[in-house]
Design a protein around this ligand. Sequence first.
Ligand code: 2BA
Ligand code: 2BA
Length: 109
Amino acid sequence: MKLLMAIVQDRDVPALSRALLQAGYRFTRIGSTGCFLREGNTTIVMGLEDDRVDAALAVVDANCHTREQTVNVAPPDAAPLGVFVPAPVQVQVGGAVVFVLPVERCERF
Ligand code: 2BA
Ligand code: 2BA
């Protein structure tokens, strides 16, 4: 058994949830925050059998899109606030960042 943790942009969550439900997966959505952009995203946690992992990843891939975003970054050693001008940086966000973890036990009580 594996645990998929997929960090997904909020805009992709409705379509991804629909697709996962249609394909019969069980999962939990947790509200999360990306700490680089400091914006909300969603972590989808999904426990599933090993032989379903690749198909689940394909569903995630098909429903999560890469987007460009501009962020104003303060250098880590910045002078006190108000003294420096933050530099706008273009970053690519997503599609989804997915971790696949081995599951030692799964219990239901
Ligand atoms: P349970 O199986 O007791 O699951 C309770 C909650 O635990 C689920 O809420 C979900 O948040 C989480 N969960 C369960 N299995 C999971 C897994 N493999 N990975 C990650 N999270 C998991 P809901 O999704 O709202 O489901 C409520 C109840 O509806 C479930 O109770 C189950 O009896 C049924 N259910 C859920 N998905 C189903 C599906 N694809 N087909 C048939 N019944 C489903
Ligand atoms: P955020 O941390 O808000 O990051 C948003 C995007 O900013 C990232 O997109 C990446 O392009 C860029 N970025 C993040 N940290 C950076 C850094 N230290 N230096 C330069 N650029 C940086 P994604 O890589 O697609 O990540 C989307 C979200 O997935 C992240 O949101 C974070 O919530 C999560 N994530 C990504 N990598 C992770 C990791 N190794 N562990 C846990 N969560 C991760």
